[in-house]
Design a protein around this ligand. Structure first.
Ligand SMILES: [Zn+2]
Ligand SMILES: [Zn+2]
Length: 136
């Protein structure tokens, strides 16, 4: 009779369900996209919620850090947003329910991945760049 199971975060647990947000939980996780092991602690963010290598996240929060979402599907990084103070945030869109979340960039996020994300609209222009003319 199986009385333990391995939960998606990798720790053995005897309880079939975890009560969200009611107890201290380990924040380490495995990336849903590139499978890299991700430490839950980093400088620059209290609740790391995305992979520093590929920037994918997971739909676990309704509001930042609350872990209240039941969706738990992968969230794709779709854009970079710059705040007034110059800090960057990553726009994540859930691949299942299409919810949009804005997440602070962490101190050890991969700079090339961030740049590639920021430059994506320029690399894939929605119109031919040579046809852009200044309107007289
Ligand atoms: Zn990843
Ligand atoms: Zn979702």
């Amino acid at each position: 009779m199986a009385h333990t199971f391995r939960d998606p975060d990798g720790d053995l647990s005897h309880t079939p369900r975890r009560r969200p947000g009611r107890r201290h939980e380990r924040n380490d996780f495995t990336c849903v996209h590139c499978r890299a092991p991700v430490s839950g602690t980093s400088f620059g963010t209290k609740h790391r919620n995305h992979c520093p290598r590929c920037l994918w996240s997971r739909h676990v929060d309704e509001h930042p850090g609350d872990r209240a979402a039941v969706c738990r599907s992968p969230m794709e990084p779709v854009a970079v947003a710059a705040r007034d103070d110059g800090e960057w945030a990553i726009v994540h869109r859930c691949t299942a329910c299409a919810k949009i979340n804005l997440n602070r960039v962490a101190g050890d996020d991969d700079e090339l991945a961030l740049l590639a994300l920021a430059l994506r609209p320029l690399a894939l222009p929605a119109f031919p760049l040579l046809d852009v003319r200044r309107r007289e």
